[in-house]
Ligand binder design. Sequence first.
Ligand code: ADP
Ligand code: ASP
Ligand code: MG
Length: 404
Amino acid sequence: MALFVQKFGGTSVGSLERIRAVAERVARRRRAGDDVIVVVSAMAGETDRLLGLGRSVAARPTERELDVLVSTGEQVTAALLAIQLGALGVQARSMLGHQAHIETDGAHTRARIRGIDGDALLAPVREGRVVVVAGFQGTSRSGDITTLGRGGSDTSAVAIAAATGAQVCEIYTDVDGIYTADPNVCPRARKVARISYEEMLELASLGAEVLQIRSVELAMKYSVRIHVRSSFEESEGTMVASEDESLESVVVAGVTSDKNAAKVTIRALPDRPGVVASVFEPLAEAGISVDMIIQNVSDAGRTDLTFTVCEDELLRAREAVDALLSSIGAEEVVVDSRVVKVSIVGLGMRSHAGVAARMFRLLADEGVNIQAISTSEIKTSCLVADKYRELAVRTLHDGFHLGD
Ligand code: ADP
Ligand code: ASP
Ligand code: MG
């Protein structure tokens, strides 16, 4: 008898009909003799609806109250699924974050899990029940409800799999696995049978929302095998596992894009030691992460500095830079949120030269101007105008023959 963690995302539990289909799937696994812990998301659109309600009351609700509000979405699904399982003759019990002792830090709306009481989850399982856990939520040491950031139910599921020693963490979603590019953007994208944690981590950090970044980090740390698959059909999906377990060692494993990027340019900055530090220190103090950075060659002792931040942090970044402008003696700040970061990812880039050059050529041949570049051992990213998003993804996907 094996223990499975099965996580169902928003679309998979988007209606009572879908919840029934999920219950039948769980029941089949249970009747086959396996133990199951289910983790559920809120019904599709519910988290956005709840956030909208909160923001219609006040422009900036406190994050503590937002967490109390949005965490209810998962509570509803957990109860509905447990009721539906009962109606199918499967003993089931719902559990909220505090009941499963999912302890987090106190960073409301983006909390990190500190610990989970595996025994609290396993006790009902040993009594023969299916446990249905509300994903996305936990409690801080002070007893407040916290949430784990958008897409956080993936992380709940992986953390629960690690804490209970489950055989595998199955992530059921609206696609049947991990593709070489988002199949909703790139029609020629191909499903891969396996992908390494490292590649999946890069893809997730660079915009592939199919798994929350933190869930991949945790899976890698605790060696949890993730099986991403469809809740709408039976086919095998994609295994996310360690490098030696992944069969395909390709130069480029996937292409992804991230719309949540914005560009800030500070013009005519004095080119002397300490100026760049005085720009980025206040941003760091404000908790704003900076991604790509370019500083141009100095012209008559002055230079332009460009960097990118997440679009939702653009206003705060601009405020921080505006406050500095006169003290550092720069001319002006220009911001642009109509940009997108397009990236290629692959373990094989470690050992192959010329991959970035080919990326630049493919984009150039389509007339796509590159506004900034960043690289790591296994990825290259280019910032381009957002109107080129789909063109850039498809061009790179097909140019690197990922669909073949
Ligand atoms: P869920 O609600 O089940 O958590 P998400 O919307 O968070 O589902 O994630 C699934 C979506 O991820 C897919 O519909 C797809 O558009 C998107 N996606 C982005 N990149 C990829 C990729 N490389 N492979 C598969 N899906 C991807
Ligand atoms: N319901 C939350 C969200 O929409 C968490 C999740 O679905 O994973 O972000
Ligand atoms: Mg998701």
